[in-house]
Design a protein around this ligand. Structure first.
Ligand SMILES: [Zn+2]
Length: 317
């Protein structure tokens, strides 16, 4: 692979390859985004079409900008040293594929690969809520629950690059709901957008007066809006969600003693509805001195956390 020229002053082409969209941006070494790009992720059985789409996007950017490296984040497990995707459930054609190497040889640029939630943690520490921190935990509450852990300034990837699967920490061992990972009672089945919709459907028979009754097209955003208008069903769901989230955070606080926990993703729109219940569990379960020390805050980078983190990871440290 081509190695980065550390004196370069050009831009990083950072891409966030999701199951639905491929989003990309050019980012400079100060974290400023110069240009953006978004298209649907090619839905194919062959990794080559994905490589082609990224290469085409880079060539478009290169008409007006000097790109010195490419950095890609994917929703799955990656082997960073090999630039290979191990397993990406929403993009199965990439499983086992050396994506960074394929891009690097086609573009003649250095290329790096990282897990999207890990990159989001790096992005928040570089340009977001955790600027100046050294040890943080970052949770992304979206369709699923992603996690990234940075300890003493370094991403904790684990021996196989699969660390920080915070969404699959068990918070309800007995009678817990089945999770896609094969376990039961994972944080993801209580604190993701998917979970909020499921819990609302499950609880709705007990709330016949709820505005959410009979809604086939239920989304987490709708439930959040109902909660803001004091709908009892929606308030109960965010209470439960906050409680389980707080149990998970208390575990993390006791194990890792972080200075900050940053929470991002679409579900954070309901922050005012779940915050109190989350803090209550943290106070009840975490060591008091550790709970008093940690700041639990909303993410600041929004959808750009992964892109910014990707760019940072491609810059010299
Ligand atoms: Zn799970």
């Amino acid at each position: 692979m081509v190695t980065a020229d550390k004196t370069d002053s050009g831009l990083i082409f950072a891409a966030d390859l999701g199951g639905t969209h491929l989003r990309a941006a050019t980012v400079d070494r100060c974290g400023r985004i110069h240009s953006r790009f978004k298209q649907n992720t090619p839905q194919v059985a062959d990794a080559t079409a994905i490589v082609d789409a990224i290469v085409k996007a880079v060539h478009e950017f290169q008409k007006g900008e000097q790109i010195t490296a490419v950095s890609l984040v994917v929703p799955g497990t990656v082997k960073v040293e090999e630039g290979a995707v191990v397993k990406a459930p929403n993009l199965p054609c990439l499983d086992g594929f050396r994506l960074a190497e394929a891009l690097s040889s086609r573009l003649e640029l250095p290329a790096v690969l990282e897990n999207d939630a890990n990159a989001a943690a790096v992005g928040e520490m570089w340009q977001g809520a955790a600027v100046g921190c050294k040890s943080i935990i970052c949770l992304t509450l979206g369709t699923g629950v992603g996690g990234g852990i940075i300890l003493d300034g370094k991403l904790w990837r684990g021996v196989d690059g699969a660390a920080a699967e915070i969404g699959h920490m068990c918070v309800d061992p007995f009678g817990g709901v089945a999770c896609t990972c094969g376990s039961r009672g994972c944080l993801e089945v209580f604190a993701s957008a998917t979970a909020i919709v499921r819990m609302t459907r499950e609880a709705s028979p007990r709330y016949p007066d709820s505005v959410l009754q009979g809604r086939e097209d239920l989304t987490a955003a709708m439930i959040f809006d109902a909660g803001k208008a004091d709908d009892e069903l929606a308030l109960e769901i965010f209470r439960r969600m906050g409680m389980y989230l707080g149990i998970g955070l208390a575990n993390l606080i006791n194990i890792l003693n972080p200075e900050m926990i940053v929470i991002g993703g679409g579900v954070v729109n309901g922050w005012d509805l779940f915050e109190k219940h989350m803090h209550q569990q943290v106070e009840e379960r975490a060591f008091p001195s550790l709970a008093a020390r940690v700041k639990i805050v909303r993410a600041k980078c929004g959808d750009d956390a992964g892109l910014l983190g990707a760019a940072r990871l491609a810059l010299p440290s």
